[in-house]
Design a protein around this ligand. Structure first.
Ligand code: AMP
Length: 235
């Protein structure tokens, strides 16, 4: 059975990193709407520049646009055998649209990565991305070496294209607080939207990354055995 996974959580919970690890392990695509938007912004298309302005304010791109992007991406052959979605859905309207898209394809496995607010703020502002291609290069520990040290220990820069590593524009002060506010208001209600499903599980994202990865894989294992008998939200 195809593993159709959503990794849900506030900005800074490690969703992107964990989604990528799991997707690589299971050889299914990780689909990140943030990455898709950053790539469009980097390419400088009219849509990309409009999206960048919204991202730089910490707000959300419109539901209709983002649902269209995800619908098209999920139809590509590499996603038919399963996928890990990161950063989508982010509103109840997006979740409803995704249920409709998935209706003929089988149940979604939904994993929430839960992390407290203070830890999120500490982590955000220490994340590095590639200035050239937007690839997420992970984070450095603010209590440990600084950015300069991190860049020095990785002289080749971005693992994907070799470009320079920089802080994400939307990870700075006021924008971080706005993104957390938007998360609580618009995205957190999704936990209630999914919680009653047997394919939902919440894991502790405050643990070291390897433990989170192990918990995520175990939770997906349990949820996928439940998914076999679950007929989906609308049946
Ligand atoms: P992320 O990398 O997931 O933190 O996303 C970065 C930014 O892209 C967000 O702050 C939003 O502005 C935008 N974005 C990403 N995914 C979505 C989505 N599903 N709906 C609306 N906006 C999104």
């Amino acid at each position: 059975m195809a593993l159709n996974v959503i990794v849900l959580g506030p900005p800074g919970a490690g969703n992107g990193t964990q989604a990528e690890r799991f997707a690589r392990l299971r050889r299914i695509p990780k689909i990140s709407t943030g990455d898709i938007l950053r790539e469009a912004a980097h390419e400088g298309t009219e849509f990309g520049l409009r999206a960048k302005a919204i991202m730089d304010r910490g707000e959300l791109v419109g539901d209709e646009v983002i649902v269209g992007i995800v619908r098209e991406r999920l139809e590509r052959p590499d996603a038919l055998g399963g996928f890990v979605l990161d950063g989508f859905p982010r509103t109840v309207a997006q979740a409803v649209a995704l249920d409709a898209i998935m209706d003929p394809r089988g149940p979604l496995i939904v994993i929430e990565i839960a992390v407290g607010e203070a830890e999120l703020v500490r982590r955000l502002g220490s994340r590095l991305i590639c200035a050239d291609c937007g690839h997420n290069a992970g984070s450095f520990d603010k209590a440990g070496p600084g950015i300069a040290d991190k860049v020095q220990t990785e002289p080749s820069g971005c693992a994907r294209c070799g470009g320079p590593l920089v802080l994400r524009a939307d990870d700075s002060g006021a924008v971080v607080l706005e993104r957390l506010k938007v998360y609580h208001k618009q995205t957190e209600p999704l936990v209630e939207y999914y919680r009653s499903r047997p394919t939902f599980c919440s894991i502790d994202g405050a643990q070291p990354p390897d433990r989170v990865a192990a918990d995520l894989a175990a939770a997906i294992e349990v949820a996928s055995s439940e998914a076999g008998a679950y007929r989906g939200p609308s049946r």
